[in-house]
Ligand binder design. Structure first.
Ligand SMILES: Nc1ncnc2c1ncn2[C@@H]1O[C@H](COP(=O)(O)OP(=O)(O)OP(=O)(O)O)[C@@H](O)[C@H]1O
Ligand SMILES: [Mg+2]
Length: 503
């Protein structure tokens, strides 16, 4: 049983006392007793009872029905009328105040107990219902999706604010209208009218058919082209399983499409920029790698001309120089091909490469540069396999770049010694190549930067040598690192798997 705080409004004081005793026996608390309507309204306001037992005929001007109306309007406190007579007119007036029950006098205690309990239960469930309706109204008002509820005849019962905005109808205007008048949907492409979705649901009885996209034509022609929306519709089924209506939920897709479009454009732009960057790097790489053979060709061509301008040109010596020109020109061609392959991330011509022999060949190519820079070369190159499986031209470019950097690092005049040392070794399926110089070394802070494309500290450097070298090493499944040398200078170490990918 619910124990309640109750206000008794009864002009017959004996009856009032009697009711008070009965209520106390039932476990309720009587918070006040009054004999007039005016007094009852005041007490209801100050005591906030859970229930008012209200006689209809009272002392004073105001009768119980009027007092009940005022209490209900101001406080929503449930009222149970007590009355000795109940003609139609009185019952009708009393009904307008939505009472929670009647007790016809004289009544017995069990009767009163039941009526009070019923009134309290009903009030509690009404309160819960009102709260849930408020939550549901607040939810519908705050969501951006349009929501339209239809009855079983496909006429609009309710629509939320978003639906009002999108359709151009107010909820009041739309109420009772067929949904097809309020929500005018056409095919997105062909503009053919579409059957309204809730009619589809109501006709087919399908609980929640798949969503569809359509073009909503709002009233008043504000958006003559319509708004592209995604519609979902579900049937509303009552406790007995009968279809009692439908709910249509729709979402404006304009924003979502705009974002998707912007994303597509951004992706295309990015791909384009990526291609341009790659082209730029490719151009820089070609310029970088072709420079060395070109310079060699120019030097050798000069030597050739010198030979030929002699009165008795030494043709054998000249032939040797011309052969070098041919070799360098071929190498320039190979280099361009290898860079293209590098950009595509594929070795152009994989095969077994003897790294030690390749280093010796490369030193031969830069003989002139080494001599000019007064660099002494020491090598410790193992002669026997294992060899590296990879692209010969690319691996040669790698060694050449490291050697050129070492030579350039030792070009300052004030160096006590200029020593280039190259060591190869192998262990556990790896080949190591160390290129050591006695230059100024690399500051710790720069160790990561030097491998970035276009990073250079040289006035005429491109900053491509190490970035290309690292790409080559990575393409061969290896690592390229730089560390300070034990006695100053720097050490570049290449570690390559003998056979990348376990070939
Ligand atoms: N052996 C080295 N000793 C000291 N610093 C080095 C050495 N090798 C490279 N660096 C530093 O790393 C930078 C980047 O080298 P990288 O080979 O990528 O470009 P670069 O030599 O400057 O120009 P280029 O593109 O013409 O080769 C150099 O500018 C230099 O500062
Ligand atoms: Mg360089």
């Amino acid at each position: 049983m619910i124990a309640a705080r109750i206000l008794i409004v009864e002009d017959d004081r004996i009856v009032a006392r009697d009711i008070q005793h009965q209520l106390s026996r039932m476990g309720h608390v009587v918070v006040g007793m009054s004999a007039s309507g005016e007094d009852a309204v005041r007490l209801a306001c100050s005591q906030q009872p859970d229930l008012v037992l209200m006689d209809i005929r009272l002392e004073g001007e105001m009768d119980g029905i009027e007092a009940a109306r005022r209490i209900r309007d101001a406080q929503r406190i449930p009222i149970v009328f007590l009355t000795a007579y109940a003609n139609d007119e009185v019952v009708q007036r009393a009904s307008l105040t939505e009472p929670f029950g009647y007790l016809l006098k004289p009544f017995e205690e069990p009767q009163m107990r039941t009526v009070i309990q019923m009134a309290l239960y009903k009030h509690a469930s009404d309160t819960r219902l009102r709260l849930s309706e408020r939550r549901y109204a607040a939810t519908l008002a705050s969501i951006r999706d349009g929501v339209i509820l239809c009855n079983r005849d496909g006429r609009v019962d309710f629509m939320n604010r978003a639906a009002e905005t999108m359709t151009g109808w107010t909820a009041a205007e739309a109420a009772g209208q067929p949904l097809s008048a309020v929500f005018v949907a056409v095919d997105e492409e062909t503009q053919e009218p579409l059957e309204d979705f809730s009619a589809v649901v109501l006709r087919s009885g399908e609980f929640a058919p798949p969503e569809r996209q359509s073009r909503l034509l709002p009233r008043g022609g504000e958006e003559p082209a319509g708004i592209v929306v995604e519609e979902r519709c579900s049937a509303i089924i009552d406790d007995r399983g009968d279809l009692v209506g439908s709910i249509l939920v729709f979402r404006d897709l304009t924003q979502r499409r705009r974002i998707a479009e912007a994303l597509r454009t951004a992706q295309a732009d990015l791909a384009h920029i990526g291609r341009l960057t790659m082209m730029g790097e490719l151009a820089a790489a070609v310029a970088h790698e072709v420079n060395q053979p070109l310079m060699a060709i120019v030097t050798n061509a000069g030597t050739c001309l010198q030979h030929l301008s002699q009165p008795q040109p030494d043709l054998d010596r000249t032939r040797v120089v011309v052969e070098r020109i041919v070799r360098d020109a071929q190498r320039a061609g190979d280099v361009v091909r290898s860079i293209r392959a590098l950009a595509r991330r594929t070795p152009v011509d994989p095969g077994w490469v003897d790294i030690s022999a390749l280093i010796a060949d490369t030193l031969e190519l830069v003989r002139a540069e080494l001599r000019r820079a007064r660099v002494t070369v020491e090598t410790d190159l193992r002669a026997e396999p294992p060899w590296v499986h990879g692209d010969r031209v690319q691996l040669q470019q790698l060694v050449l770049n490291l050697v050129m950097n070492a030579i350039e690092a030792m070009s300052a005049d004030d160096l006590p010694e200029r020593r280039l040392r190259i060591v190869t070794g192998s262990d556990a399926g790896l080949i190591r190549v160390r290129v050591e110089d006695s230059g100024p070394g690399i500051a710790d802070a720069d160790v990561d930067d030097i491998f970035r494309a276009l990073y250079t500290t040289k006035p005429d450097g491109l900053g491509m040598g190490l970035s290309i070298s690292r790409s080559i090493v990575e393409l061969h499944g290896g690592r390229l690192t730089a560390t300070p040398g034990a006695a100053g200078g720097s050490v570049f170490e290449v570690v390559l798997p003998v056979s990348p990918g376990g070939k």
